[in-house]
Write a protein that binds this ligand. Structure first.
Ligand SMILES: C[S@@+](CC[C@H](N)C(=O)[O-])C[C@H]1O[C@@H](n2cnc3c(N)ncnc32)[C@H](O)[C@@H]1O
Length: 249
């Protein structure tokens, strides 16, 4: 079956659908923009995404020879950083439900990385406790059931292992909020439409951030899914948040 065309125009505010329909729209959207995704990410964050990823790798507390699973790995930016950290004796599994994003990830193969097609909320084929850390970067906001996501992340890490979530957020400070409004509501949709040719995808981005849970609520969801010592910190004035939790030993 051929790929569906992009929905036309911008996404009307507050119009995000839920459940399966939303998952399908998100998957098809990432299939369409896969080729330009990493370039746009770098442009839209002025390269700061590399710095934020490094913070996520540190939070995962991995060492040489460790095993990590990177969910909603996309074109593999964080996956590759994790792979560097665990070294040649380690292993990183990158998982995403968009074939095109995985194809893009596959253009930069590494010997200690494997990519698999799969849904981050259903890791049935993966043994419990089989990873030292589970990460997700800019994926959680796209996932309708955060309980299913964090339940699975907590399940597949070993006792004492880390669960890490990097996500775009809505800053609270006046200066950051003003900058955020300009950047996410105006520049991002315009730049995204120009570079990717997909206006819908880049008006979805700010809408999905607005619809996402607040950082304290996300921490609460992680705790109720069995993680402890859950903390979060803002990056870049709260535009990006990094949540970390540990599976009880
Ligand atoms: C904004 S991209 C982030 C990609 C990558 N983690 C990064 O840091 O660049 C979001 C990714 O989440 C994937 N995704 C969304 N929902 C998913 C799900 N339920 N299961 C697996 N992947 C999912 C999309 O296909 C897309 O590649």
């Amino acid at each position: 079956m051929g790929r569906r065309p992009a929905p036309r125009g911008n996404l009307p505010e507050g119009s995000l659908s839920t459940g399966e329909e939303r998952a399908r729209l998100v998957r098809e959207m990432f299939d369409r923009i896969a080729g330009r995704y990493e370039l746009l990410n770098t442009l839209m964050t002025a390269g700061l995404n590399r710095l934020w990823n490094r913070g996520a790798v540190r939070a995962a507390a991995l060492g040489p020879g460790d095993r990590a699973i990177d969910l909603a790995c996309g074109a593999g930016a964080l996956t590759r950083d994790l792979a560097k950290k665990v070294g040649p004796t380690g292993y990183v599994l990158g998982m995403d439900f968009s074939r095109e994003m995985l194809k893009s990830a596959g253009t930069r193969p590494l010997p200690n990385v494997e990519y698999k097609l799969g849904d981050a909320t259903d890791l049935r084929g993966i043994e419990s406790g089989s990873f030292d850390a589970a990460t997700i970067a800019y994926g959680a906001r796209n996932i309708p059931s955060l309980d299913a996501l964090f339940g699975e992340m907590a399940r597949v890490v070993r006792p004492g292992g880390r669960v890490v979530c990097l996500e775009i957020a809505r800053p609270e400070g006046r200066v950051s909020a003003t900058f955020y409004g300009l950047w996410f509501d105006r520049v991002v949709p315009w730049l995204g439409a120009k570079v990717s040719g997909d206006a819908w995808a880049y008006s979805y981005l700010p809408e999905s951030v607005k619809a996402f849970v607040a950082p304290d609520e996300l921490a609460h969801i992680m705790r109720r899914n069995g993680l402890q010592n859950v903390t979060w910190r803002p990056n870049a004035g709260g535009i990006v948040t990094l949540h970390v939790g540990t599976k009880p030993g």
